[in-house]
Design a protein around this ligand. Structure first.
Ligand code: NAD
Length: 501
């Protein structure tokens, strides 16, 4: 619940947890400060969940699941709740977008798109579950085989800070649609809109115990969710290192896992592309969201005959990007999400300099025009980078791009695939056959031709290699939250006769 406290100089929100239909403080009454990354101000105090709180939430979700209060509902009734949630998100979209900007830092325009997508995601899954499903198989007489889909049970949902609302919805909407009960942990850095979302879910009348939310630290609350034996599945979005930890923690009771992890995605630009379109999308690919987007086009590979021209135009355009507080409608790029994250990004920039990459522009923290209070880093690009450099191999998750040249199609494909990640990638060329040839060779789950970044509720989202396991969104996103059961019916009820009487 969001309650405003007026006792401090800056009005702060009081973010409680939601366990078994009750808004609660942490069991040890501790709280954590939540910061506006554009101003450094404390905007909220969030209950700091404990292992005991996580266990209480898991117990509530288990009881609600076993009661059938949610999983036994006819799908049209479950869909009606989801549609109500979608309508409420739409009604409050402006307020939600402002809160998202205040907590995450992203420009208002981006936050507005996220709220529209969030409502649409609930509607999409509401529609899907009211469609016919299941299969029947013609097997040997007198048997009839069929397949039904069932919820997995108690699902632990753990999300990051880069799209606080949208990443929550990508999990909550399909998990609820499939009939599961949930224990949800937002990022401790951005709990504001996730809390608001749970308030909306409560207002929509979802029965108590079906949706539970625990705030707090990953190694405490997240780890408990990932390892607890009564959690049947953990669906995680976040860094690859944390994903490996979740996989290990989930192994003990063989939980179902779904992991949406990091990326180091290549954006391949051929000489025969529409040059201005390619430059425009290359900027959007890396600097949208201040580069804090899992699918960011953080490596730009350019065919050598247009390499210098590309660098010149890319630099000219990037220098015009308006950096500032996302609440200002003129702002095109906001701050990084936290001081800690800003320091990590700046350390990667340092490593790029030390490893001998050519710094084209940016490369520093921005402090003018009041930005000194927040966590702003200038749009940054390195050219002439090479494969062994850290800034080419590791996810920076900031407004920092590595630009490299390639001589032909084979080299472009080799460079593109030569990292541990495999989340996304794009190709720019007007030669359709070449575009498809190259895309088919990319070891990545999300790809674009002559575009970058658009994401659809209808299409599966997820990575190859160390970018994850499983898919969000689309029909695949619902599959993740379902078990498949085969039912075999004997149409002639007679003994099998295998053993002599
Ligand atoms: P993170 O891995 O640090 O944290 C993600 C979530 O995991 C948070 O809620 C955190 O509290 C929790 N967590 C941390 N340690 C944990 C532990 N030991 N056990 C259980 N939970 C734990 O990631 P982040 O910094 O919040 O987000 C950035 C990362 O997310 C980037 O790597 C980005 O690429 C990735 N991401 C991926 C996708 C995708 O769809 N593939 C989407 C968005 C973000």
């Amino acid at each position: 619940m969001l309650e405003t406290q007026n006792t401090q100089a800056v009005k702060t929100l009081d973010l409680k947890m939601y366990i078994n239909g009750e808004w609660t403080n942490s069991s040890d009454n501790k709280t954590r400060e939540v910061i506006n990354p554009a101003t450094g101000e404390v905007i909220a105090q969030a209950a700091e969940g404990t292992v005991a709180d996580a266990r209480a939430a898991i117990a509530a979700a288990k009881e609600a699941f076993e009661s059938g209060v949610w999983s036994d509902l006819p799908t049209v009734e479950r869909a009606a709740y989801l549609l109500k949630i979608a309508d409420k998100i739409d009604e409050k979209a402006e307020e939600l977008a402002a809160l998202e900007t205040m907590n995450n830092g992203k420009p208002l325009r981006e936050a507005g798109f996220d709220m529209g997508d969030a409502a649409a995601c609930f509607r999409y899954y509401a529609g899907m579950i009211t469609q016919p499903d299941g299969e029947t198989y013609h097997v040997a007489d007198p048997m009839q085989a069929m397949v039904v889909r069932e919820p997995v049970g108690v699902c632990g949902l753990i999300v990051p800070w880069n799209f606080p609302m949208l990443m929550s919805v990508w999990k909550i909407a399909p998990a609820l649609a499939a009939g599961n009960t949930i224990v949800f942990k937002p990022s401790e850095v951005t709990p504001v809109t996730p809390t608001k979302l749970i308030e909306i879910i409560e207002e929509a009348g979802v029965p108590k115990g079906v949706v539970n939310m625990v705030h707090g630290a990953g190694p405490v609350v997240g780890n408990e969710i990932a390892s607890h034996k009564d959690v049947d599945m953990v669906s995680f979005t976040g860094g690859t290192k944390t994903g490996k930890h979740i996989m290990k923690a989930a192994a003990d009771n063989m939980k179902k896992i779904s992991l949406e992890l990091g990326g180091k995605s290549p954006n391949i630009i051929f000489a025969d592309s529409d040059f201005e379109v390619a430059v425009d999308y290359a900027l959007f690919g890396i600097y949208c969201g201040s580069g804090q987007v899992c699918s960011a086009g953080s490596r730009i590979l350019v065919e050598e005959s247009i390499y210098d021209k590309f660098i010149e135009r890319f630099t000219e355009r990037a220098k015009q990007i308006q950096v500032g507080n996302g609440a200002d409608p003129e702002t095109e790029m906001g701050p990084l999400v936290s001081q800690q994250h800003m320091e990590k990004v700046l350390s990667y920039i340092e490593s790029g300099k030390q490893e001998g990459a050519r710094l084209l522009f940016g490369g520093e923290r921005l402090t003018e025009n009041g930005m000194d209070k927040g966590f702003f880093v200038a749009p940054t690009a390195f050219a002439d980078t090479t494969q062994e450099m850290k800034i080419v191999q590791e996810e920076i998750f900031g407004p920092v791009v590595a630009i490299q040249k390639f001589k032909d199609e084979a080299e472009a494909i080799h460079l593109a695939n030569d990292t541990d990640y495999g989340l996304a990638g794009a190709v720019f060329t007007v030669d359709g056959a070449k575009a498809l040839r190259v895309i088919k060779k990319l070891r990545a789950g999300i790809t674009w031709i002559n575009s970058y970044h658009p994401t659809y509720n209808e299409a599966p989202w997820g990575g190859y290699k160390q970018s994850g396991i499983g898919r969000s969104l689309g029909t695949y996103g619902l599959d993740e939250f379902q078990e498949i059961k085969q039912i075999n019916i004997n149409l002639e009820v007679e003994p099998v006769g295998w053993f002599k009487n």
